[in-house]
Design a protein around this ligand. Sequence first.
Ligand code: ZN
Length: 880
Amino acid sequence: MTLANETTADPIRLSDYRKPAWTVATVELDVDLGIDASEIAARLTLHRDPAQASPLRLNGEGLELLSISVDGQPLAPADYRYDGSTLEIGAARDGSVLETRVRVRPAANTALEGLYLSGPRETGFLLTQCEAEGFRHITFFPDRPDVLARFTVTLKADRERFPVLLAGGNPAGAGELPDGRHWARFVDPHPKPSYLFALVAGRLENIERDYVTGDGRKLKLVIWSEANVIDRCHYALDALERSMRWDERTYGRHYDLDVFHVVATHDFNMGAMENKGLNIFNAKYLLADPDSSTDDEYRAVEAVVAHEYFHNWTGNRVTCRDWFQLSLKEGLTVFREQQFSAEMNSPSLKRIEDVSLLRRAQFPEDAGPLAHPVRPQEYREINNFYTATVYEKGSELVRMLAGRLGTSGFRRGMDLYFERHDGQAATIEDFLSALGDANDIDLTTYLAWYAQSGTPRLHAKGLYDAHKREYTLTLSQQTHATAGQPHKQPLPIPVKLSLFGYDGKALPLHLDGHAAETEKVVVVDQATQSFVFRNVASAPVPSLLRGFSAPVVLECDYTPAELALLVTHDIDGFNRWEAGQQLATLAFENLRSTGDTAACSAWCEALSALFHNPAIDDALLADLMTPPGEIEFADRQSEVDPAKIHAQRQALQHRLAQHLGATALLDRYQALAAHTSQALDADSQARRRLKRRVLELLALLDADQAHALAAHQYQNAPGMTDRLAALGVLVRDRAPQAAAALADFRQRYADNPLALDKWFSVQAQIPGEPALATVMALENDASFTLKNPNRARALLGAFASTNPSGFHRVDGQGYRLLAERLAQLDALNPQIAARLATAFNGWQRLEPIRREAARAALKELAQREGLSPNLSEIVANVLQ
Ligand code: ZN
């Protein structure tokens, strides 16, 4: 289809990759900082690839050029051409020194890319964001990740207004200047791509700690924030130290500068950024304190701190050749973070959390018009490719490779990867070769996973031959066509499996005469394959894809009794949960199609037994008692009615609550409520998690009683986890006590934007019809603004992406509201607008009335004048 203002520029293609014609050996930046205007003087020593003839072309986006010279000679206007995004210079030769001076305008930068102001102009601070292509908003440069240069950065500013001056690298001098100004210099000994450059300047406080690396380097860890939140940085500092020790222990990787800075900002497009030696964090993933952070948020802080730190090796020391290789650093770093978090917390809970996220965010992406391979073939706007597919599915691919090699084999492979590519910009092929070569295994078949989009469906069928005592498991795979990829290949799918007897015991597996373990991995790499297990005494129940051994959708015609057996007997927490999810799905689907209640009864009975089993972990029990979410249920349907799905899912939970009974739920709630410790240990977190779930189930049975308990819990909560859980129940149920609790919360956290974001989100998640009016009223709250990404996400993102029954109104008003706000947001911050627009993904599978309303809203948006390339690309793709 053609749109009035569709981007006509050709996409960038992986197959067009060429080595840079010009590289930069050293760069000296002299930055004179000011809120309204900053001046950047850059001195680049250039090298030319003798094999390529192209003139020097540098990126530079919307820069005000003040002066330019080559080898000391000022250039006349005829000597160069600048069209607002590319600077072309004829006179440069190999070894030339290019000097430019430009002016940029931080306070006017609402896109939060390049150099910008965080906070009010009187008190805020300046910072940069360069990944992926922000450096070109700061100075002229070959702004691509395969140009690695040595950076020397000198910052100059008014001392009173900007007492703290930071850049990546090691400190290399500081001093006074006339007129109350000062300077500070930083030298980074490690050549790096421009996207890892960062600076920060302003009034900031810090907390710090000495650290000695395993290889004997003494350094300082320093966390910086504005004064009013510095007390909330201690948890992150501890998490940083844990991450550093873990990477030393697990991968033998040590930190490599004299100082590691971390800075918190409330104005950030993403979660955080791994700039070399100067990580910058969205405050949401750095600050934590019991009064304003939930248990989940504490774990998220730990995870993101670790993720950014781990990038120092997987991303910074070894970086990406081009942005098509993004998953080389992101998938791998997510995987490393998942390993770390699993060790720091509960491995099965972490796996449950990650697989749920994959299903909620990545599976729908892979099933619709935004589907793309983990390594895309082409893109228009790179910022639109920081996706769940690149991150989360990318991590699953690394997990499969790590599983194939085993712990020591994977470590060997990683060692070789670092040895070969340290200081380089690498590709996914390089990664697979290193892992393979270190283990004498050819892993190139896994490249197909990086190239093919769509979630494979794995169909399993078992046949038992009592006479031969043989069990034949036939596994077939199929991947549906996705946009631009009509034909799919079979992929190597590792299926970890066990067989259970009807007594609930795992059977020894006799496959191809191998030794009889009870768990085995088979790899399905054809369209269909059969595996014959011998010596099987009676018909078994297969437990497949254990630990979620591959990112696929499993289709297996289990009976309810078979799933119930797995829920009851599987000793592995993740698999037990997974069987429960499958049983809940079967229950849900049978109830809505035929009204058959057998699966539902089996689910309720199995859960009820676990509910009364003191041996089971409280957090796991809470997760077991939570059926798949509305988005996951919708993902399995072809004509989605989100209101119905909400009602049906509530009905399913109501049956569970009824089965457990009000008395048992109340008793359990009270037993859990007797613990008032707000400690962060696993048991305390688990109790709070289960307490919330029990309260939610009780609210389905006896609303009045549950609301009274929730109101009491709200008032007496020792920390945010309990407070927000109670508020959530009151608000979602629109209980009479909700208004007072909301008013209290609003006032209590008036000066705490991260807590206030939760106040917006919890109300944006009211199910069904009332959500829209609530959202519109909240847009008028004095503290609402589209300018702050966290705030826009807290209200509009929570509404459009996490509240299907509220957003997908049959009258289409949810869609029109979002489209309108996207257009407004786009004028301020295109990256955030584009990201929020993905909430429309999946509209093609809505029932006809909603589908038409969504299409109309999207079309209207697509036709507006002057949309950014970011938003136009998402809207055009999602409309296809
Ligand atoms: Zn990352």
